[in-house]
Design a binder for this molecule. Structure first.
Ligand SMILES: [Zn+2]
Length: 241
């Protein structure tokens, strides 16, 4: 899996996380994600970098996801630290879920809403397969990292919308079915579970770096904010002593 770190530091969502704007950000940053949501971009733009450029602006308050998967290369462009609360689904699941977008092939043309025409099926299917495979690897990595069960912790935007936890979009299933691609969310969950099982066991020593310890929680949170301006993945851990 090729991972390119390209945090959208100018996006107001990133800034709200830095400022720990309210308790939802604090909770997400403290407890980490409880689930993973799969999206697709809903336009014929295969290049992740185009979205990164468009969204990395102070006046772009339409959304911010954790990663985009490029349809031409399969590379994962990480746009938010995994520990940040994203703005990806327009509902309550933003409080609990990471959001990852599949970029869609340039070999389709949208006709309005979620309907599109396939211009070149072979190349569209190849682009789609590239993002699917990379998403399987990424979701397995994230399940391992956060101790999540792929069978119960992964949903699509469409599924979350049906459950009342997100806006009523239909991605990414509309993209797969519109292409006639052989993918479903149940299949995706099963593929992630398979990839997770195939990951090498996490053994050997773990090297942590501690940069401060406080008795006063407010001091600790204040210091964490300073550390996060350089290392957004930094987090606060409470230990009973
Ligand atoms: Zn979506």
């Amino acid at each position: 899996m090729e991972l390119i770190e390209r945090f959208l530091t100018n996006n107001p969502c990133y800034q709200a996380n830095l400022a720990r704007a309210d308790s939802r950000y604090v909770r997400f940053q403290t407890e980490g994600p409880k689930g993973l949501m799969l999206h697709s971009v809903g336009c014929a733009q295969p290049k992740a970098e185009v979205f990164c450029r468009r969204w990395d602006r102070a006046d772009y308050d339409n959304g911010c996801v954790h990663a985009l998967i490029d349809a031409e290369t399969g590379a994962v462009w990480q746009t938010l630290p995994w520990s940040f609360r994203g703005w990806h689904c327009g509902g309550k699941a933003n409080d609990t879920h990471l959001g990852v977008e599949l970029c869609e092939s340039a070999a389709i043309r949208y006709e309005g809403g979620a309907r599109f025409t396939v211009l070149d099926r072979q190349s569209a299917l190849a682009d789609c397969a590239r993002t699917y495979q990379a998403a399987v690897e990424l979701f397995a990595f994230l399940c391992r990292r956060y101790g999540l069960d792929p069978r119960t912790s992964i949903c699509s935007h469409k599924e979350a919308g049906r459950a009342g936890l997100a806006s009523g979009h239909v991605d990414p299933e509309h993209y797969w079915s519109g292409l006639g691609a052989p993918y479903t969310m149940d299949g995706f969950r099963a593929d992630v579970a398979k990839a997770l099982a195939a990951l090498p066991p996490a053994d050997g020593p773990l090297y942590r770096i501690q940069v401060g310890a406080f008795r006063n929680r407010a001091y600790a949170e204040d210091f964490l904010r300073q550390v996060q301006t350089h290392f957004p993945e930094a987090f606060l851990k409470t230990e009973a002593m």
